[in-house]
Structure formats: C-alpha cells, structure tokens
Design a protein. Structure first.
Lengths: 170, 236
C-alpha cells in the first residue's frame, strides 16, 4: 500500500489538515456559496477515502488528486443544481467544465497573490489592477519611483516561486 | 556571471513584462536583451507570470481566504467512521460464508447469515437523515441502518452545550415514538454515538432528538440513500 494512502482515518485526518483550507477556499470561489462548498469538501474527502487504495503518489501529488476529485464533485453539484423539474424531454444541460478550469486558474493566481509579501502585492494591485502610474504610487508610499519598479519585479518573481510551490504548470 | 552588470536591467524586467516601461527605457532594455541570453530568459519567464495576472480578481485575493468551519473535519471523520463500520460488518459475514471456516467461526457465520438473510425484509440501504433549520452553530446528522433487530442509529452532534444529555426517539406509523437510547454530548469529542431501536427502518418516519430542553425532529422517509459504489461489489 503506498505511503500516505487515505485508506485509514488517520490518513484522511492528515490529508484534511494539509489540504482542506485550500480545497474549501477554491470550492467557495467556484460554487459561490459557503454551504455548498462545505458539502463539496466533505464529499471530496469521503470519495477520496473510498478510493484511497487507488491513489498512487508516483502518478501525482495528493493535492492534485484531491483537486481532481473536487472537480468531479463540483460538476456533480452543478449538475444537480441545473436539473429543474418540468423541463422533461430536453434532458439536463451538460454542466460546463470550461468555467471550472477557468475558476481553478483564477483561484490559483489569487491564492498565490495572497501568499506573496504585502509590499509586493500592494504595488501589483495599485499599478497593475488599478492601473495607477508608478510615480503616483511612489509619491503615495513616499518611496522613489525606482523602488516601485523593483517591487514590481520582485513581486512577479515571488509570484512565480509561489505558483511553482503550489504545483502550477503551464 | 555578468549578473552584477545586469542587475539594473533586471529590475526593469517586471515593468517591461507588464508593458509599463517608457519608450526610451524599453528600446534600451531590448537592445540589452538582444545580447544577453540570461536576461532574455528571465524576461520570458516573467512575461509568462505577468500573463496570468488578468485571471485574478483583486476583490477576491484582497479578502482573507475563507476558512472551512471548525467542525467540518470531525463531521467528515464521523461520516467515514460510520461507513467503515457498516462496511466491515458486511465483510465479516461475507468472509464467514465464503471461506467455510470451521468450529466457532462457522457458528458465528451461521448467526450472521441469519442476521443478513433472516432480517424480516428489513434489508435496504443505510440512510442519511438531515436535520434542517437548526439554530446557528448546531449540527446534527444521523445515519440509519436496517438491522435484523431493528435499526441502528449513528449520530453526530455538535454546537450544543458540553455535557448535554440527548435522548433519541424514532416515530413509527401511527405516531408512537420508540426510544433509541441516550447519549451525552461532550465538547471536543470527535466521535459518533451508536444507538439502536427495535423499530424497523422501513417503518420509521421521524427521528427525534431531545437535547437538554430543545427538541429537533427530522423526517426519515425519503431520506437520501448512502451513495457507496462499494455496496454492490460487496453484496455479490
């Protein structure tokens, strides 16, 4: 049996401690509802435990595996929500998978931006997301304009490191 | 290493990747990149990171990450524990029948076989019972399983005062409630209470929990069946 398998309750507890916060954060982002997200995370760990002996760390990380399960759970939940009584004949609309992958990408980048240093995040928010001139932000923060430029550089580098740590692959 | 001479160029690469260098600076930097493979590689790598920024929304990442409720882990452990126990019971009788063990084990298998096949038509899937509209913070969940003797009830409770005595009843047809026993809720005890009643699950209509002075009622009929792909495999 591979190490780190989820076949026992201790394995599930450890996996929960390590990954539940991320899975929940993403589930909220994807489903837009904390109650549904709770349901999704619970179902993810129960399914992971049931299929625990099929998890193979040589193929991918536990985190990747849990996210793959969560993906199916979210699709099932979306399908359940999409089925409305009284629309017989048309069948249930296929749940869109595309938005899920886009939501996963968005969430990963947002999570990475949460994890970089405050100063780096701040300059990226002000200059990139708010589109403010470097000189204006420099004046507001009381630093030379060159400092803003170098913070943008080190901010992007920090973001790259965090994304790599999170297992982001292009 | 020519990193010392590249250092000033390097610090412009972020602004360059985001298209924020002035025209003069950009032309000068591009001339440097032309002759410097290291800086060129760094510029490409940062360009890839910069291209991800449009996917993120600051209204999300400027908020702290939402945290799962503190008791979610305990609820998952309780659900898995209940399913594991019921699965193990099924495996026990199957092994007993299949392997033809002698002596006491065979006798035990016979008894278990009666449990399973002589259950008086009570066989059926375990059921989750959901308690809706609970006060904020209170969580009650139950899994009911048909047994030869009646119904086994596995209960999970949280959010009520520690030490509260809980009395559990099952209402059958005709309105009569049968006791399923008592348990005490202890704060931090991440476990389920296992109770039983003689009433068949197929006849059970409501699950009633008196917790201290409060009473919670949940319908049993039409409750969703436990979804477990292993059930069918194990039953064959």
């Amino acid at each position: 049996m591979p190490a780190g398998a989820l076949t026992d309750e201790r394995g599930v507890r450890e996996a929960y401690a390590a990954h539940s916060a991320e899975l929940f954060g993403f589930a909220v982002r994807s489903l837009g509802d904390a109650g549904l997200a709770e349901e999704a995370v619970q179902e993810t760990f129960v399914r992971a435990w049931r299929a625990g002996d099929r998890f193979d760390p040589r193929i991918g990380s536990l985190r990747t595996w849990l996210f793959a399960i969560l993906r199916n759970v979210v699709i099932d939940l979306s399908r359940a929500r999409a089925v409305r009584p009284g629309l017989a004949g048309e069948g249930a609309p296929e749940p869109a998978v595309e938005p899920f992958d886009e939501a996963l990408l968005a969430w990963q980048v947002e999570e990475a931006l949460r994890r970089i240093g405050e100063q780096h995040r701040q300059v990226l928010v002000e200059t990139y997301y708010r589109g403010r001139p470097y000189a204006e932000v420099a004046e507001q923060l009381g630093v030379p304009e060159g400092t803003i430029k170098s913070r943008v550089y080190y901010g992007l580098r920090a973001l790259r490191v965090v994304l790599e740590e999170m297992g982001y692959e292009e | 290493m020519k990193s010392e001479s590249c250092r000033e160029w390097r610090e412009s690469l972020g602004a360059y990747a985001l298209g924020r260098l002035g025209e003069g600076e950009r032309v000068a930097l591009e001339a440097h990149l032309e002759g410097c493979p290291d800086c060129r590689a760094e510029a490409e790598s940062l360009g890839a990171v910069a291209s991800l920024l449009p996917h993120a929304d600051p209204t999300h990442f400027e908020q702290p990450r939402p945290a799962p409720p503190a008791d979610l882990g305990a609820r998952i452990a309780a659900t898995i524990g209940a399913e594991r126990r019921s699965r193990r019971r099924r495996r026990q009788w199957r092994l007993g029948l299949g392997l033809g063990l002698g002596g006491a084990a065979a006798a035990a298998a016979a008894v278990l076989a009666i449990f399973v096949f002589g259950g008086g038509g009570s066989a059926g899937p375990a059921q989750h019972v959901a308690f809706r509209s609970l006060p904020p913070g209170v969580k009650i969940a139950a899994t009911l399983e048909p047994r030869a003797f009646g119904t086994e009830i596995e209960m999970y409770v949280s959010g009520i005062r520690s030490g509260t005595l809980c009395r559990v009843y099952v209402r059958g047809p005709g309105g009569g409630a049968v006791s399923a026993g008592t348990f005490r809720y202890r704060w931090g005890a991440d476990d389920t209470a296992v109770l039983s009643t003689a009433l068949d699950l197929s006849r059970a209509e409501e699950l009633i929990v008196h917790a201290g002075k409060r009473t919670f009622v949940a319908p049993i009929g039409g409750a969703t069946a436990l979804e477990d792909p292993h059930h069918e495999e194990e039953a064959t």
